[in-house]
Design a protein around this ligand. Sequence first.
Ligand code: PRP
Length: 212
Amino acid sequence: MTTKRLKIALTKGRLQEKSAQLFERMGLDCTPIREPGRRLVHSIPNYPLDAVLAKAPDVITYVEHGACDLGIVGKDTILEQGRSFYEVLDLGFGRCRFALAVREGSNFYDTYKTRRVATKYPNVTRRFFERKGMDVSIIKIEGSVELAPILNLADAIVDIVETGATLRENGLIPIEDVAEVSARLIVNTASMKLCKEEILRLIESCKAHLEG
Ligand code: PRP
């Protein structure tokens, strides 16, 4: 029986280095993904695996449609986009949290006015406030969400907090945790059946080489 070459989508940016480190602990030669140049698909020379680097929401799209068999993506993007694939492993890195944050000294809850909440994650934010039974107006922002309360566009933000430095340096404080986040290994549902052996072997190897 021939081994099928798997395709994995890796999230560019914060998770990229940690994904490469995990693969290296598993014995994979990551030179092609460490020195990608302008090439988009990278063959791992010593393992039947091709890797592509993509933005987090696209990782989910490629895996969901079966363009890639597997993906590494943050739980933040999974919570925001949902959709259908198997989430098979918490990889433990890329740990951070979603938090609700406000300007220091402001009282978010103590008003009858409809509060405005800026975020890159409107679905996560909507569900969080629905659970509380609170009616808020959600403003979608594409990046540097911390600007919105500073410019008085919003009363609060829901965003990723890792070290807390961005909040601190912009006079904001977290007042409530919304969800825990870390990198996850996801698998296309059809690939899981068609390439079961190859995928289980890769999952087992990842499991055996997680940090800590
Ligand atoms: C994320 C997040 C915060 C920051 C939090 O932004 O949206 O702004 O990191 O990290 P910290 O708690 O360690 O300061 P990112 O750098 O991904 O850029 P963006 O806001 O432009 O999307």
